[in-house]
Design a protein. Structure first.
Length: 295
């Protein structure tokens, strides 16, 4: 215990004063460089090797009066020894991040094409990998299961990119919120519905068909339906905040109008069934809004 008490007389050196060597010290904890370091003592044992720096090592120096024989751990301060985990320099590799984003984009585009052309059963991970020009392991590393891949593909189709930005935080939504009146907002909303359904309506049909036989896809379909309800609710709330609406337009009524307009089935019916072009669909939705919400 004599040796332990002598070691406990060591005084912690701040990073700017580190000029000495390192020893094991006996104490509960020392705050060093923003870190709380628990320490260990090894009484009666001479330490001759230089171990790798660990959080339980504390830099100290002894007083000249101690006259103790101290076993030094190292004669050189390891690089970055005083840098805590929270102070580490963040890893930043823009080229690698850009390459990863391109890979995700290629996989998402390939998955969208595979699901729309081959359906849920035919769109295997191999089929997606071949279309994307990557290995199956790459696809599985990013999206562990086919159900997870389909969910990511739906998000990609709705948003139009792989950026992790919620729909209500995107520029198209901000533009609708910034319009001066109801007519201007409805015009932008018709354009927004055309863009989203033009990318995602066919994929919605794939999910709806697969939901009947697969529990994971049924959960995805329920989530997508909930998102659609949230979208209709947001549109109704945003519309009622604008001037230029007739008195009969209530929140519930407007929500029903938007529910039908944003239904992917409406887009498929008018484009595939009636032969409207995407621009013709946007015009139809605009006229529908005029009659139902502005007249």
């Amino acid at each position: 215990m004599a040796r332990s008490s002598r070691l406990a007389q060591c005084s912690v050196i701040t990073p700017s004063r580190v000029r000495n060597q390192w020893v094991w010290v006996m104490a509960n904890a020392f705050p060093v460089g923003g870190m709380t370091l628990s320490t260990t003592t090894v009484p009666g044992r001479k330490l001759t090797k230089s171990p790798v720096w660990r959080p339980d090592m504390v830099t100290c120096k002894t007083t000249r009066s101690s006259r103790s024989t101290i076993s030094w751990i190292s004669k050189r301060r390891p690089e970055n020894a005083w840098r805590s985990h929270s102070q580490k320099r963040p890893y930043h590799a823009p080229q690698r991040a850009a390459a990863a984003a391109r890979t995700r984009g290629a996989i998402m585009a390939a998955a969208k094409d595979a699901f729309e052309c081959l359906g849920w059963s035919g769109a295997t991970m191999r089929a997606v990998a071949d279309r994307a020009g990557v290995s199956v392991k790459t696809v599985e590393a990013l999206y562990r299961t086919k159900a997870e891949l389909l969910k990511a593909t739906v998000d990609y189709a709705i948003a139009g990119d792989v950026e992790p930005i919620p729909m209500l935080a995107r520029e198209s939504v901000a533009a609708m919120e910034a319009t001066p009146d109801a007519a201007a907002m409805l015009g932008l909303h018709a354009r927004h519905v055309r863009a989203v359904n033009g990318r995602a309506a066919q994929l919605f049909w794939v999910v709806e068909q697969a939901a009947a036989a697969h529990q994971d896809i049924a959960s995805l379909w329920a989530e997508m339906s909930g998102n659609r309800r949230a979208g209709a609710d947001w549109a109704a709330s945003a519309l009622l905040a604008k001037p230029g609406l007739p008195p009969h337009v209530t929140h519930a009524y407007a929500e029903e109008v938007f529910w039908l307009a944003i239904d992917p089935g409406t887009y498929r019916s008018l484009t595939l069934g009636r032969g409207l072009s995407p621009a013709g669909f946007e015009t139809w939705i605009g006229n529908y809004y005029d009659k139902m919400l502005l007249a």
